[in-house]
Design a binder for this molecule. Structure first.
Ligand SMILES: NC(=O)c1ccc[n+]([C@@H]2O[C@H](COP(=O)([O-])OP(=O)(O)OC[C@H]3O[C@@H](n4cnc5c(N)ncnc54)[C@H](O)[C@@H]3O)[C@@H](O)[C@H]2O)c1
Length: 358
């Protein structure tokens, strides 16, 4: 892989020189985080609308602004590019950046199709460049903790996952609610699930009760290997905001309420046991169900901005010449679920298989 000095403990590591492309709603958050991250140095902000780029850097900034992507890609001082343009343009902008030898971080979703996403993954691999997808939630302390608990076996065997992400959202012009909001739930799912619980298929249902021309309410059902199941509800039309994920395990159940900063995570030592665990067939079905009522604990979490974690991971992957936590392959797995969801919607909700997962 290209890039500067290796990251050795105690050694000075040169900050990664970054450009942000796209300074609309989300881009300014990247600008702020790249500006404050010690591992990065923001060189230039690019937007077709230069005024937006100027606003994003602020009046007193020394960071350059431009309306020309070619100018950014032709600048040898720029090592890496963060793409925050609309999803339909990700593939074109990111491929151009990879072709110019830049490491790339792309906003979610990685691209607008699996075929385009695969082009990006192949281009990055062919040039030994870092390709990262900004699955922002994976960098929250809550999701990092959930992954640790799930993969460490604290919850036992995962049996079900139920995710709700609803509020009065911006009705997007180019994508439905599944492509707008479900990348969050699906990227979290693919990030936390342990081996043996891979997604097998996707069924999607959607509705457009306001006549927007695309689904504004969406339900995704994802059967998981081993008899488990995940479900996500995403919705732009809800007057109340709910961001809750519940993960049921054979030992414990975890509740993540992202809108409750004082107690985002709760782990319940409560659940349902089937007496006669070792019985099979008819005998097992006849065994008695019993209910466990144990304690609830709330794991302590430090507060930190997810995007700061994401930009730090991007810089670390570049300097350490390794794949980032949410690499292009992770972006591709999310795209495969989204594409299967669109196919399922078109078929009235039938289950669309995903094929081999990794
Ligand atoms: N990670 C998150 O939580 C999160 C949240 C919101 C949005 N996003 C993602 O961020 C991306 C941008 O979303 P948004 O809501 O900011 O969109 P937006 O439409 O508000 O902004 C996009 C900007 O990109 C500029 N642009 C378009 N094509 C360009 C090009 N070729 N070169 C330079 N500039 C170009 C536009 O002028 C515009 O200013 C999307 O992929 C979206 O999914 C991520």
């Amino acid at each position: 892989m290209t890039g500067g000095g290796a990251a050795q403990e105690g050694a000075f590591v040169e900050p990664v020189r970054v450009a942000v492309v796209g300074a609309g709603y989300w881009g300014p958050n990247l600008v702020r985080n790249f500006s404050t991250c010690p591992a990065t140095e923001l060189q230039v902000v690019c937007d077709l609308d230069v005024e937006r780029a100027s606003r994003a850097v602020g009046r007193h900034s020394t960071v350059a602004v431009t309306g020309s992507l070619e100018e950014v890609l032709g600048d040898p001082a720029v090592e890496a590019v963060a793409v925050a343009t609309p999803a339909r343009t990700h593939a074109e902008v990111a491929l151009a950046a990879l072709d110019a030898g830049k490491h790339v971080m792309v906003e979610k979703p990685l691209a607008s199709s699996v075929a385009d996403g695969r082009k990006l993954v192949e281009a990055a691999a062919g040039r030994s460049l870092v390709l990262m997808c900004d699955h922002t939630y994976c960098y929250t302390p809550a999701v990092r903790k959930i992954r640790e608990l799930v993969r460490g076996g604290e919850l036992g065997e995962i049996q079900w996952v139920d995710s709700v992400r609803i509020n009065l959202g911006l009705v997007q012009r180019d994508v439905d609610v599944l492509w707008d909001l479900a990348p969050h739930d699906l990227s979290i799912l693919e990030f936390i699930l342990p081996e043996g619980r891979e997604p097998l298929a996707v069924a999607a249902h959607g509705a457009d009760p306001i006549g927007a021309g695309r689904s504004c309410v969406g339900y995704l059902t994802v059967p998981l290997r081993g008899g488990a199941i995940a479900h996500a509800h995403v919705n732009w039309l809800s007057p109340t905001k709910i961001r809750t994920t519940v993960i049921g395990g054979s030992r414990r159940t975890l509740v993540w309420d992202d809108l409750s900063p004082s107690q985002r995570l709760s782990v319940y030592d409560r659940g349902v046991d089937l007496d006669g665990e070792r019985l099979t067939g008819e005998l097992r079905r006849e065994a008695m169900v019993s209910y466990r009522t144990g304690d609830m604990t709330a794991p302590a979490l430090h507060e930190s901005e997810a995007l700061q974690g994401a930009v730090t991971e991007f810089a670390g992957a570049i300097r350490e010449r390794r794949a980032p936590l949410t690499d292009g392959e992770a972006g591709l797995r999310v795209l495969r679920m989204l594409e299967a969801a669109s196919e399922s919607l078109g078929w009235g909700g039938t289950l669309v298989p995903l094929g081999s997962w990794r």
